[in-house]
Design a protein around this ligand. Structure first.
Ligand code: NDP
Length: 309
C-alpha cells in the first residue's frame, strides 16, 4: 500500500488541489479529512481525483469531540499515516460578533489552531510509525500572521499579547475587543509557533519533520467566501496586477505537495515560502512567530484548553 497523507480541509482550495496533485502522482493515497463529506466527495470527483486514490473521512475541527473521534477512527481503520497536513481554516473578515466552537472557543482560533493542536498530538504516535520512514507534519501558515512582511503589517496586526485572553477563553488571545481579521491572523501565528515548538520538543526523539509554509496569495480560494462581494472581485485582480503575489489554486496545491513529498524539503523546523521564479526557499518567521517563550506558553495553554494537561 502507498504512503498516505491526511489533509484537513481537503474539500476546497489549497487542500483540494494538493490532494489532487498528490493522488494523481500515483505515489500517494490521500485521506480527505473534511467537515462536509458530501462536499468533499463531490469536489474530489469534480476536480478529477482518481477513484481509489482517496478516502473521505469526517472531521470537524470546531468540535474537540469530533477531533478525538476522528483520531480514534483513523487508528482503528488500520490505515497508514506518513504525512499529516493541517490545512483547514476559517476566516471571518466581516463578523461583528464572535462565533464559537462547540467547546466555546472563538471560531477562528478554535478551528485553525486548537482543533489542529489536538489532532497533531493525538496522531503523533501513529505518525512516528510511518512506514515510509519519512514522517512529516505540516501546518499551513500565512504571511498575514507575519509582521515582518508588508502584508503582515496591514492592520489589524497579529498580536497574541500575554495569551491571557486565550487562556481564559475570551474571544481574542490578547484579551482585547473581538476583531475577525485579527483573530485569523492570531490563529496563524499560533500555527507557526506550534510548528516551532513541535520541532523543538519532538523532532529529534520522533524523527518527524515538522514544517510550515506560506503557499502564496490564493486570492480566488474559498477562504474569502465570507468577504463582501466587491472585495472578492477586486482582491484577485489586485494581487495579480499590483502585488504580483497571486498564485492559482493549482500552483498552491503543487507547492504544498512539494512540502509533503519532495526529498529536498525534508528539513524540520522550516517555514517554506516560494518565489515565482526560483521555487522554494527557507523563509524567516516574524519576531512573534519565532518567540520561544511565547511558543512555550502557547503550548502549555493549548494543552490545558484541549484537555491534554
Ligand atoms: P478554503 O476556504 O478554500 O479552504 C478551507 C478548508 O477548510 C475548506 O475545506 C473548509 O471546509 C475547511 N474547514 C473550515 N472549517 C472547518 C472545520 N471546522 N473542520 C474541518 N474543516 C474545516 O481556503 P484556502 O484553501 O485558501 O486555505 C487553506 C489554508 O491556506 C488555510 O490554512 C489558510 O490559512 C492558508 N492560506 C491561504 C491563503 C490564501 O490566500 N487563500 C494565503 C495563505 C495561507 P468546507 O469546504 O466545508 O468549507
Amino acid at each position: 500500500d502507498k504512503p498516505t497523507v491526511c489533509i484537513t480541509g481537503a474539500s476546497s482550495g489549497l487542500g483540494l488541489n494538493a490532494a489532487k496533485s498528490l493522488a494523481s502522482s500515483g505515489n500517494w493515497h490521500v485521506v480527505m479529512a473534511c467537515r462536509d463529506f458530501a462536499k468533499a466527495e463531490r469536489e474530489a470527483r469534480k476536480i478529477g481525483i482518481p477513484k481509489g486514490s482517496y478516502t473521505v473521512m469526517h472531521l470537524d475541527l470546531a468540535a474537540l469531540d469530533s477531533v478525538r473521534i476522528f483520531a480514534d477512527m483513523y487508528k482503528a481503520s488500520g490505515q497508514r499515516l506518513d504525512c499529516l497536513v493541517c490545512n483547514a481554516a476559517v476566516y471571518l473578515p466581516t463578523a461583528k460578533e464572535p462565533v464559537y466552537t462547540a467547546d466555546g472557543f472563538e471560531l477562528s482560533m478554535g478551528t485553525n489552531h486548537l482543533g489542529h493542536f489536538l489532532l497533531v498530538n493525538l496522531l503523533l504516535d501513529k505518525l512516528k510509525e510511518a512506514p515510509n520512514k519519512d514522517p512529516r507534519c505540516i501546518i499551513v501558515g500565512s504571511i498575514t500572521g507575519n509582521t515582518n512582511t508588508l502584508a503582515g503589517n496591514v492592520p489589524p496586526k497579529a498580536n497574541l499579547g500575554d495569551l491571557s485572553g486565550l487562556e481564559n477563553m475570551q474571544p481574542m488571545a490578547d484579551g482585547g475587543e473581538f476583531d475577525g481579521p485579527k483573530a485569523y491572523k492570531d490563529a496563524k501565528v499560533c500555527n507557526m509557533l506550534t510548528m516551532c515548538q513541535l520541532h523543538k520538543r519532538l523532532h529529534e526523539s520522533t524523527g518527524i519533520t515538522f514544517a510550515s509554509l506560506y503557499p502564496g496569495c490564493i486570492a480566488s480560494s474559498g477562504l474569502f467566501r465570507n468577504h463582501v462581494p466587491l472585495f472578492r472581485y477586486l482582491f484577485p485582480r489586485f494581487q495579480k496586477n499590483i502585488t504580483k503575489g497571486y498564485v492559482s489554486e493549482e500552483e498552491a496545491g503543487r507547492r504544498l505537495m512539494q512540502v509533503v513529498a519532495s526529498p529536498d524539503l525534508k528539513k524540520s523546523g522550516v517555514y517554506w515560502s516560494f518565489s515565482n521564479t526560483s521555487g522554494s526557499f527557507e523563509n524567516q518567521l516574524s519576531e512573534e512567530a519565532s518567540d520561544d517563550a511565547k511558543g512555550s506558553r502557547l503550548w502549555d495553554v493549548s494543552m490545558k484548553l484541549v484537555g491534554l494537561a
